[in-house]
Design a protein around this ligand. Structure first.
Ligand SMILES: Cc1ncc(COP(=O)(O)O)c(C=O)c1O
Length: 397
């Protein structure tokens, strides 16, 4: 099949939940020539990214380790450092992303205890607490929890994970994946009692894919020091170093880091609270649109509880007979709105609208209008329509 022409008139709206659109300032920062490794600007750029990420994660003392990798790389770093081969971790069930992390952990010859999940619902904190109580020998080294499951569009409460650990009096470390939530909703690593936070560049951080990172507190670093399982590239102990070449276990991905410094500057320049509020308002507008569409009976929220509907991504389940891939192709090629499909068990049963990162009301209205046009073109009943609902929501009515 001939691929569609790369040339499109105007701008295509990117509403996948990552990668997300890049601000001009980030694109420009990345267009600099690379530097020689002894250039002090390299160190200054890395230090700015480390400090900015610490500030964004609201942690005072955690070490930030960045990798030339995606989120899966950062996941792997957590596994390699916190559990030796044959040791156990508990993965709190959220859906596709908790399961992917669990599968990756098992592929690295660690044992995984899972808690079950219910499609469209947040983590069952009671089941997590019970699994921890059942582990009376304290074999479980860490609890892995995904803050926002990007497949289901459900955000869980990390504070409930801390409470479960404390109630069970279990010493496991708390590791939270903030890949899809960081920058969209408040997150305070230290105050929440999170030992390791795991992130990636391509979502709320408004950078291209390619930098995965972890913030590691003293307890987690100490566990990594005691872990004698062989590792090299991911090793936090090896990376805790003043030399940038050692911090990155080789050449740092300079242009990506220049982009990240610029992106962090944009976030703090706008103000973190303003960034969160913007995400809340945009998410509310998307949710208002879905309320309109669901009246037609063909579409519905995947996330069952309004309170746990993500401010980064909305997953919309579709009735049988609707071809999601055809819908996405029409939305992208005819109406210039790129949306995501369902993942894992939701493949073919859902589509997803990303509304995080460098996004504003006009972009959301354009996206909702384009998606609605694609739905109508595909013969999907959109009830009373969603675009006007989004307009009213953004207008505060
Ligand atoms: C919550 C979450 N964790 C981890 C990942 C994995 O990140 P990557 O695709 O960059 O490997 C993703 C990707 O979408 C994600 O949404």
């Amino acid at each position: 099949m001939t691929p569609p022409s790369l040339r499109i008139p105007g701008r295509r709206f990117l509403h996948s939940p990552g990668p997300t659109p890049l601000p001009e300032a980030v694109l420009q920062a990345m267009s600099a020539q690379p530097m020689d490794l002894a250039d002090p600007r390299v160190d200054a750029n890395i230090a700015a990214c480390e400090q900015g990420l610490r500030r964004l994660l609201d942690t005072r003392d955690a070490d930030v380790f960045m990798y030339a990798a995606n989120g899966h790389g950062a996941w792997e770093a957590v596994v390699e450092n916190l559990a030796a081969v044959g040791e156990s971790v508990l993965v709190a069930g959220t859906g596709h992303f908790s399961e992917s992390w669990a599968v990756q952990t098992e592929a690295l010859s660690r044992r995984v205890v899972r808690t079950p999940w219910r499609e469209g619902w947040p983590i069952d904190a009671g089941a997590v607490e019970q699994a921890l109580r059942d582990d009376s020998s304290h074999a479980i080294k860490a609890l892995f929890a995904v803050h926002t499951d990007t497949a289901s569009g459900v955000t869980s409460d990390p504070a409930a994970m801390r409470r479960a650990l404390d109630a069970a009096r279990h010493p496991a470390l708390l590791v939270v994946d903030v890949v899809a939530s960081l920058g969209a909703v408040p997150f305070s690593m230290d105050a929440l009692g999170v030992d390791v936070a795991v992130g990636a560049s391509q979502k709320g951080l408004m950078c291209p894919p390619g930098v995965g990172f972890v913030a590691v507190n003293a307890a987690a670093f100490a566990l990594a020091q005691r872990n004698t399982s062989p590792r090299f590239y991911w090793d936090w102990v090896r990376r805790k170093h003043d030399l940038s070449y050692r911090k990155f276990c080789g050449t740092p991905p300079q242009n990506l880091l220049l982009g990240m410094e610029a992106a962090l500057g944009l976030i703090f320049g706008e103000g973190l609270e303003a960034v969160w509020l913007r995400h809340e308002q945009l998410a509310r507008a998307v949710h208002a649109a879905v309320e309109g569409w669901r009246e037609g009976g063909a579409l519905d929220f995947f996330a069952q509880e309004p309170a746990s509907r993500s401010r980064s991504v909305t997953t919309i389940s579709v009735a049988g007979g609707i071809d999601v891939e055809a819908l996405r192709a029409v939305a992208r090629e005819r109406f210039q709105v790129a949306i995501a499909g369902g993942l894992g068990p939701m493949t073919g049963r859902a589509f997803r609208i990303g509304h995080l990162g460098d996004c504003n009301p006009a972009m959301i209205l354009g996206a909702i209008g384009g998606i609605e046009a694609a739905l109508v073109a595909q013969g999907v009943n959109v009830g009373g329509g969603g675009t006007r609902r989004a307009v009213l929501s953004l207008a505060g009515q």
